[in-house]
Design a protein around this ligand. Structure first.
Ligand code: B4P
Length: 189
C-alpha cells in the first residue's frame, strides 16, 4: 500500500508511522527525519533546510521534492511506502502524484490525523526539540493552516482522504488508524 500521513505539528505522524510500518511491513519515509539527518550530516542541502525548519517555516518544495524523488527510486519503496509528513503543500502533492503515476503506483489512502491546537502545545512542550518553542510552534501552525490544510480538499476530491481523531493515547489513535487502513485494504465490490 501507499499511504500518506498528514496533520498539524505534533499530531503524532511520526509516532503512528512507526507502528503502522511494522503492522504493514512497508517502508517509512519521513521528510522531517530526512531533513534533520541532512542537517546533522552537515550537507549543503541540510544547512539550507535548517534555515527554514529551525524557525518553523516549511522547507521549499524543490528541496523536499528532490530528497523524496531520490529516496523513492530505491528498491525498498516498490512494494509499499508510508509517507510521513510529505506532501505538505498542494504543489508537493501534485509532484508526488506525477512521480507515482510514472511508475503506475497510485496512492491508496491519505490519513489526516486531527488534534486541537492546545494539545499540539502540550505535546511539543513535553518533547522539547529545538523547533518546539512556543514561538516556533505558532509559526508551524500558521504554515500548516495556510499551506497544508488545503491538501485535505485536494485528496478528498480524489476520494482517498480519511480523517482520524488524533487525541487519546498512542494505542487508541493507532487502533483508529488501523481500522481505516484495514478498510482501505479490502477490495471494493
Ligand atoms: P516533522 O518531523 O514531520 O514533525 P512534526 O510535524 O513536528 O511531528 P509529528 O506529527 O510527526 O509528531 P510526533 O509523532 O513526533 O517536521 C518537522 C519540520 O520539518 C517541519 O516543521 C518543516 O519545517 C520540515 N518539513 C518536514 N516535511 C516537510 C515537507 N514535506 N515540506 C516542507 N517542510 C517539511 O509527536 C510529537 C510529540 O507528541 C512526541 O513527543 C510524541 O511522543 C508525542 N505524542 C505523539 N502522539 C501522542 C499521543 N497520542 N499522546 C501523547 N503524546 C503523543
Amino acid at each position: 500500500m501507499r499511504i500518506v500521513f498528514v496533520g498539524p505539528p505534533g499530531a503524532g505522524k511520526g509516532t503512528q508511522a512507526q507502528r503502522l510500518k511494522d503492522h504493514l511491513g512497508i517502508t517509512h519515509l519521513s521528510t522531517g527525519d530526512m531533513l534533520r539527518e541532512a542537517h546533522q550530516a552537515g550537507t549543503e542541502l541540510g544547512q539550507q533546510a535548517a534555515s527554514f525548519f529551525q524557525v518553523g517555516k516549511l522547507v521549499p518544495d524543490d528541496v523536499v521534492v528532490g530528497i523524496v524523488a531520490e529516496r523513492l527510486a530505491q528498491a525498498d519503496c516498490v512494494d509499499g511506502c508510508l509517507f510521513d509528513g510529505f506532501p505538505r503543500t498542494v504543489s508537493q502533492a501534485k509532484v508526488l502524484d506525477a512521480m507515482l503515476a510514472e511508475n503506475s503506483m497510485p496512492l491508496d489512502l491519505v490519513v489526516a490525523i486531527e488534534i486541537p491546537h492546545e494539545v499540539v502545545f502540550q505535546r511539543l512542550a513535553n518533547r522539547g526539540r529545538p523547533d518546539d518553542t512556543v514561538a516556533t510552534v505558532q509559526e508551524r501552525l500558521g504554515q500548516y493552516h495556510s499551506l497544508t490544510e488545503p491538501l485535505a480538499d485536494y485528496y478528498d476530491r480524489q476520494g482517498i482522504l480519511r480523517r482520524v481523531d488524533g487525541t487519546g493515547s498512542p494505542e487508541q489513535v493507532f487502533e483508529r488508524i488501523r481500522r481505516v487502513v484495514d478498510l482501505a485494504k479490502q477490495p471494493s465490490s
